[in-house]
Ligand binder design. Structure first.
Ligand code: BDR
Ligand code: CA
Length: 306
């Protein structure tokens, strides 16, 4: 069991990830960020969903917009207007303590012990390391869901080249990947390989997961003819519990911050020296590009059936 800070723009698949994290990790705090929903809604969702699954971790409010870009629309088509499928009454308040300060203070208080798990735009993480660069060598690791590197055609979900979490704040992502933070990336290359069906969700015996995913499943059925969803964010937690089920590549990563490929994640594949090397000062990060999908799904189902 690792000590984690769970950083989320909590929508439907984030909630699945939180349910898994609550059963397998020590959650020091939940920090929220804009993304699937506005940050205030993310605070409300984190509080409500935590209560529903019996998780007592404190909730903090983080960044409400990207570092440099203008804010873009939330992901309400997939996750519902409230981010959790529009099926629950939510009486909770959207005000909360400062997420970026919480990250900084917690990492300083527990040097080399804290794993950051980020499953939304990387804005809170970038803000924390910009404000307090001294925490960079003190973070145990950052495990994040986002990006796409083209394996088996998995290149983007919000544009043909870009994945949602990175595209929402490409400047933050580029700063984080090019910093000295050790990052493990769970991109679409693996998350699009691990799909759960409506029948499997209904068999979980966790009615709240069935309720919040109903709209997502209908959307997926109408759009793709498949009543199911990618586990996406949950793969960060399954990486923590079952790293042997992933195939990794070690390479520096950068993010495109302008133009038609805005938000595209790139990794250095050639060892040849080049005259201009945009990766020159970047450490190698760990990219999960292969996955034993059926075994990962079985591990997920086992965690939630405990
Ligand atoms: C990511 O985008 C969000 O909508 C999901 O919650 C996940 O974090 C997948 O691209
Ligand atoms: Ca998310």
């Amino acid at each position: 069991m690792k000590k984690i800070i769970f950083d989320t723009d909590i929508g439907v698949d984030d909630a699945f990830a939180l349910a898994c994290a609550a059963r397998t990790q020590q959650i020091l705090g939940i920090t929220t960020v804009f993304g699937n929903v506005a940050v205030g809604q993310a605070v409300k969702n984190a509080r409500l969903f935590s209560q529903l699954i019996g998780c007592n971790a404190p909730v903090f409010r983080g960044c409400s917009r990207p570092l440099a870009l203008s804010p873009s629309a939330s992901a309400t088509t997939v996750h519902g207007g409230d981010g959790l499928g529009d099926v629950l009454d939510n009486p909770f308040d959207e005000e909360a303590g400062n997420a970026v300060s919480f990250i900084i203070d917690t990492v300083r208080a527990l040097p080399h012990e804290v794993t950051l798990v980020a499953i939304g735009p990387l804005t809170n993480i970038a803000a924390a390391i910009n404000l307090a660069p001294d925490i960079i060598p003190l973070v145990k690791e950052l495990v994040m869901m986002g990006g796409a590197f083209g394996t088996n055609g998995h290149a983007g979900n919000v544009t043909p080249h870009s994945e949602f979490n990175i595209w929402k704040d490409p400047h933050a992502a580029d700063q984080v990947f090019s910093s000295a933070l050790p990052v493990t990336v769970l991109p679409l290359d693996v998350t699009h390989e691990v799909l759960i069906t409506g029948d499997e969700i209904r068999a979980l015996n966790m009615p709240v997961l069935e309720q919040i995913s109903r709209g997502y499943l209908q959307y997926s059925l109408a759009r793709e003819g498949f009543e199911g969803m990618a586990l996406h964010d949950t793969l960060t937690i399954l990486w923590l519990t079952h790293p042997e089920l992933f195939v990794t590549v070690s390479a520096p990563v950068r993010v495109v911050t302008e133009g038609i490929t805005l938000g595209q994640t790139l990794h250095k594949v050639s060892p040849l020296a080049s005259r201009f090397d945009p990766y020159a000062d970047c450490r190698a990060q760990t990219l999960c590009l292969g996955v034993e999908a059926e075994k990962v799904k079985a591990a997920f189902l086992a965690i939630l059936q405990r």
